[in-house]
Design a protein around this ligand. Structure first.
Ligand code: SF4
Length: 470
């Protein structure tokens, strides 16, 4: 019988706060609607002009879904496949890809393409293939061997034969949504999916792709240790190369669908921590490496290799192996990234379509990073991706300015605030800085938040619009 690691109640109480997930720093509330297409063009030009321009990663957002899962906080639209909205959106995606491509010089290579959603496999294979063709036509793609093409799949709406066709048109990475096989949990979240069919799709995906990821969620309504252990065992038996386990972020005041979930059906903070430790121990015993905060990968998977050699990155798609790329987000709500700026597209279909009808990029907001943002962003990446903080590094490594100032000097007042984390056993001092302990990995967002200057400011100004860290 499994015995979950016990996290002291005092720790849960102290660190059960609100904080960003740090898929970006600054995080989304800092994005301003003053940021527009002209700002984007400046940052693209600056990026093109660098001595060694970065490779490009293209993210395509497909917002459509067949039905509504009550836990879901993604940008999505529930509709029918023959709806006029879908064809209008596809036309506009094609147009946006062409407009975006004009911003990047010819020596910029696309090394990664990812379809996310919503439900990308809501679209037909022909529709997906035509989007891929458009990216290939408008951008310069890296050699097929270096090119990652991935897609998030809802196993309820795909067959094994279709999956093989995805492989034949170039897809080599699949991510499959499972969440939990328990029927009471699936009913409560309005996502009942057949277990045998889901396992069949995972097995076929593994025959077709270099890397297959399964998404699970802890903290869902009616979730229990015993039944979730059963889900984990079934996924472990498939030997998928990656497993991502997200904490359910319950925010019914911000996410309307979550009003369908009663707070009284959710596991307590203590049970949520037990679920997280169950995941950790079972996957560790099965030979998976713990990646960053909430991902796991077999040692042979590129995610484990990236963590070992210090090249792991965290972005809007979670943890990624790709050397730091500039990210081009197309589609409603998609986010784009440069070293010096982030931008986000309009989130509603109407505003998105309207901008493209005027031949404008559908930028809703963004943020330009100053030197302080870039230094803090690098520190937060170190914590979230490398489980450590090297304070001997010069800040000149992260900004375009020569200086001998080290992170230890620059962040001295923030570092003092780490004392409590050390006393609580979440961090240990090492020769060049700090390392996150095994217990500390339960609280990485809280540790990272010490270096978030906006969070400190917001906490005193107003209610912080983030999910709970525990
Ligand atoms: S979880 Fe996936 S399928 Fe369900 S509503 Fe969200 S985006 Fe759509």
């Amino acid at each position: 019988m499994f015995q979950a690691t016990c996290i002291p109640a005092g720790l849960i109480e102290r660190y059960d706060t609100m904080a960003p997930r740090y898929t970006s720093y600054p995080s989304a509330p800092q994005f301003s609607d003053q940021f527009d297409e002209s700002h984007l063009a400046i940052h693209a030009e600056r990026s093109n002009a660098s001595l060694l321009p970065k490779d490009l990663s293209v993210y395509v957002h497909i917002p459509f879904c067949h039905s509504l899962c009550y836990f879901c906080g993604c940008n999505k639209v529930v509709t029918r496949t023959d709806n006029q909205k879908v064809s209008e959106y596809l036309d506009n995606l094609m147009h946006e890809i062409a407009l975006r491509a004009r911003l990047y010089s010819d020596d910029r290579l696309v090394t990664q393409i990812h379809f996310g959603g919503g439900t990308p496999n809501f679209l037909s294979l022909d529709q997906i293939a035509s989007l891929l063709d458009q990216i290939a036509l408008q951008f310069h793609l890296d050699l097929p061997n270096n090119l990652e093409i991935g897609i998030e799949l809802d196993p309820r709406f795909i067959t094994s034969d279709e999956l093989r066709t995805y492989q034949s048109i170039g897809f080599n990475r699949f991510s499959i949504g499972v969440q939990d096989f328990s029927k009471p949990v699936q009913t409560a979240i309005n996502r009942v999916q057949d277990e045998a069919k889901t396992l069949e799709i995972i097995n076929t995906a593994m025959e077709c792709a270099n890397s297959v990821n399964v998404d699970l969620i802890t903290g869902l309504p009616f979730q229990q240790l015993t039944t979730f252990a059963d889900t984990l065992d079934k996924i472990i038996r498939t030997k998928v190369s990656r497993i991502a386990t997200y904490n359910f972020a319950y925010m019914p005041t911000r996410i309307k669908a979550q009003k369908m979930i009663s707070a009284s059906t959710l596991p307590s903070s203590a049970v949520r921590m037990e679920l997280v430790s169950l995941v950790r121990e079972k996957l560790h015993d099965a030979g998976y490496q713990h990646i960053g905060m909430d991902h796991y990968a077999l040692p042979s998977d590129s995610l484990s290799i990236a963590q070992d050699n210090g090249t792991l990155q965290r972005n809007f798609q979670g943890y990624t192996t790709h050397r730091d790329t500039d990210l081009i987000g197309v589609g409603a709500s998609a986010i784009s990234k440069f070293d010096t700026a982030f931008s986000q597209n309009e989130t509603t279909l109407s505003l998105y379509n309207e901008a493209l009808a005027r031949h404008r990029l559908p930028i809703a907001k963004g943020v330009e990073l100053d030197d302080d943002d870039r230094i803090r962003s690098a520190v937060i990446q170190q914590i979230m991706c490398r489980n450590k903080l090297d304070l001997t590094l010069p800040i000149g490594q992260f900004i375009e300015r020569d200086t001998n100032t080290t992170l230890a000097d620059y962040l001295s007042s923030d570092i003092q605030r780490l004392t409590q984390f050390i006393q609580d056993g979440l961090l240990v001092p090492v020769e060049n800085g700090f390392e996150v302990t095994d217990t500390g990995r339960f609280f990485m967002r809280s540790i990272a938040s010490v270096f978030d200057k906006y969070l400190t400011k917001q906490s005193s100004d107003r209610v912080v619009p983030f999910s709970r860290t525990v």
